[in-house]
Design a protein around this ligand. Structure first.
Ligand code: ATP
Ligand code: MG
Length: 255
């Protein structure tokens, strides 16, 4: 090997998540068939697709909540069946913030519930408090710390659930339609925040959205879920309205 060769060798991007030939069915009815895809470290992947195309099912498989009938899922290099370091993974499910508004918990308590401590680790209490405080600051809701969760606006509540997913400092964040029912400006702010987390904190993002304009503005790659498959475009700049219309069967407007 020539001297210096190693220094200039291009580093291979790390695979954070991979699905190989993943097939899933509900009561014998297939909804995903032989899905193959990879998410690399630092990626920002937006998954789009019609209602009922199995986007949420796909994400539940990615976070280990559903087991594929066939195929393999790997998270951080390990088979998901044996993966146990869930602090590395943040997940916000669809409608996560549709909670009972009379639920008597404060923002601080909800965010703290996302921080895992082992049994008997009293010394972690201080660490937990600090983690909650810094995450509230990161998401820009420190002033809401003592507010009751039921008394917040939809947009504020979304940020609380983002903070709950972030408090354990995950390396990858999975979000299932996090901005549904949120006004346009709050949506933009939310996407801006995700972009900052991706660019400044290096958090890999996988997001399901029906907001194709926001996906174009923010994501690095777009994946279309349709007809039991996932079609991923390599480079966002290569994706055109025509591609999306072809895959989704409907027209979109690129901003
Ligand atoms: N628990 C379940 N039992 C049986 N069928 C289910 C279950 N969950 C989802 N399905 C079906 O699987 C298909 C995919 O559902 P999924 O929720 O993954 O779609 P989606 O793409 O997330 O849709 P949306 O955009 O409406 O959120 C749908 O036909 C749905 O009816
Ligand atoms: Mg869904």
């Amino acid at each position: 090997m020539k001297s210096g060769e190693l220094m200039f060798k291009k580093q291979e991007p790390k695979k954070v998540l991979s699905l190989s030939n993943v097939t899933f069915s509900y009561n014998g009815r297939p909804v995903l068939k032989d899905v193959n895809m990879v998410v690399e470290q630092g990626d920002f992947l937006a998954l789009i697709g019609p209602n009922g195309s199995a986007k949420s099912t796909l994400m539940k498989i990615m976070v280990g909540l559903l087991k594929p009938k066939k195929g393999e899922v790997r998270l951080f290099g390990s088979d998901i069946r044996y993966f146990n370091n869930w602090n590395r993974v943040g997940y916000i499910s669809q409608n996560a913030s549709n909670i009972n508004t009379s639920f008597p918990a404060t923002v601080e308590e909800v965010v703290a519930s996302g921080y895992y401590t082992g049994f008997g680790r009293l010394f972690e209490f201080k660490k937990k408090k600090e983690a909650v405080k810094s995450t509230l600051k990161l998401v820009g809701i420190s002033d809401l710390s003592d507010s009751l969760i039921g008394q917040l606006s939809g947009g504020q509540r979304q940020k609380v659930f983002l903070a709950k997913a972030l408090v354990k400092k995950p390396e990858i964040l999975f979000l299932d339609e996090p901005t549904t029912g949120i006004d346009a400006r709050s949506q933009r702010d939310f996407y801006k925040l995700l972009l900052e987390l991706n660019e400044n904190q290096g958090i890999t993002v996988v997001i399901i959205t029906h907001d194709i304009g926001a996906a174009f503005d923010t994501a690095k790659r777009i994946g279309c879920v349709r007809d039991n498959k996932v079609y991923i475009h390599k480079d966002i700049d290569e994706v055109t309205e025509g591609h999306i219309a072809e895959v989704l069967g409907y027209k979109i407007f690129k901003r």
